[in-house]
Design a protein around this ligand. Structure first.
Ligand SMILES: NC(=O)c1ccc[n+]([C@@H]2O[C@H](COP(=O)([O-])OP(=O)(O)OC[C@H]3O[C@@H](n4cnc5c(N)ncnc54)[C@H](OP(=O)(O)O)[C@@H]3O)[C@@H](O)[C@H]2O)c1
Length: 331
């Protein structure tokens, strides 16, 4: 009997939707500053109170000296929260496959550092990306360390990120041999990034293996909210450059989203997130303000109908431009 079966691991409850925290500490891409912290705590509280109890972080989140800031904030908000759904909160983090992380122990130490920032055990530990595309020899030890964390009872569950179907099946076998379940896989999935499901077939594979599929960047980094346009409203920095290039080629999708949203009396963000839910994935939209969190929560409690989903699928499939894929995404 493998160690995993002898451990008394508490189950993780996956909600219909989670909340991403990449922006919580990231100045360069997301314009974070510490004056946002009070509002981020309100975002956390509102999410939990509304059943959005999965929070996704990463040990690389935070820029420069702020590295790990997202985990530190999450830990603080978790400790302060008292109320409904408190016991369902799942703090998930991703451990980066940095080039200097080469051993099983390096992953164990990384997770312990995350736990220290959180002030509690990590609930769900995820491999942030696979090294299969550029340093395949590195990955086995890192996955080994991830499995050790589960078997040592240091985490409730293990997940992956940016893996394609072929690599996922190989890793599933490695973990199965150790009797370690893979609970989740997160990939970039939205109306602007259907590739993981339509091209890689990840939804079928995850269903077959009993793995939850988590949709990251479900709002296309904010593009699908409809608030950006290339002439007079672009975010600063790299996102602005990317959006300027994408916007002319995604107009039909934004128009379709807007039409569905108006008909439903919902916002475009709510339609984009509901589409992810209808596809059987768990979207984890990032939210920087209480208004955004409130809006995103409005994606729950209703469902797009078949006709609306087909129309959105059709328009999304025929776009001139799509979101760029993560360079670490494997096949
Ligand atoms: N595994 C990975 O490699 C990976 C990669 C990327 C992301 N992720 C995870 O996925 C999470 C979500 O993805 P993401 O943050 O990249 O992108 P996203 O969820 O597609 O977009 C989030 C951004 O859109 C804007 N926004 C959110 N809700 C809004 C609303 N209702 N109305 C208007 N604007 C709204 C906010 O930025 P502005 O206000 O600045 O527009 C927010 O930061 C991340 O936080 C992270 O946890 C994982």
């Amino acid at each position: 009997m493998g160690l995993a079966q002898t451990q008394n691991h508490q189950p993780i409850t996956f909600p219909l939707m989670g909340c991403g925290t990449w922006a919580w500490g990231n100045r360069l891409l997301w314009g974070y500053d510490q004056s946002m912290d009070r509002q981020l705590q309100e975002v956390f509280n509102l999410c939990v109170a509304n059943g959005v109890t999965l929070f996704d972080s990463g040990d690389s989140y935070g820029t420069g000296k702020l590295q790990g800031r997202s985990e530190t904030l999450l830990g603080q908000f978790y400790r302060d929260y008292q109320g409904i759904n408190q016991n369902n909160i799942c703090l998930a983090t991703k451990l980066a496959a940095y080039p200097w992380r080469l051993t099983r122990q390096s992953m164990i130490s990384a997770c312990q550092a995350s736990a220290k920032r959180l002030g509690k055990k990590v609930d769900l530990v995820q491999m942030h990306w696979s090294t299969a595309n550029y340093a395949p020899w590195q990955e086995r030890a890192l996955l080994g360390g991830l499995g050790d964390l589960y078997q040592q009872g240091q985490v409730k569950g293990v997940g992956l990120s940016n893996y394609g179907s072929k690599r996922l099946k190989q890793v599933y076998q490695i973990f199965s041999d150790r009797h370690i379940p893979i609970l989740s896989l997160q990939v970039q999935y939205s109306l602007l990034s259907t590739y993981p499901v339509t091209e890689l077939g990840l939804k079928e594979v995850c269903d077959e293996l009993g793995i939850k599929l988590i949709a990251y960047s479900p709002l296309g980094l904010g593009l699908l909210t409809g608030k950006y346009d290339e002439k007079n409203a672009l975010p600063k920095g790299v996102r602005g450059i990317l959006f300027k290039r994408l916007l002319p080629g995604i107009r039909p999708l934004l128009q379709c989203l807007e039409a569905v949203a108006q008909h439903r009396e919902k916002t475009m963000a709510q339609v984009a997130l509901n589409w992810c839910i209808c596809k059987g994935t768990i979207p984890i939209p990032g939210a920087k303000t209480l208004v955004q969190a409130q809006d995103n929560i409005g994606a729950l409690g209703w469902r797009l109908d078949e006709g609306e989903i087909e129309e959105l699928d059709r328009v999304a499939a025929n776009l001139e431009r799509k979101m760029v894929q993560n360079i670490f995404q494997t096949r």
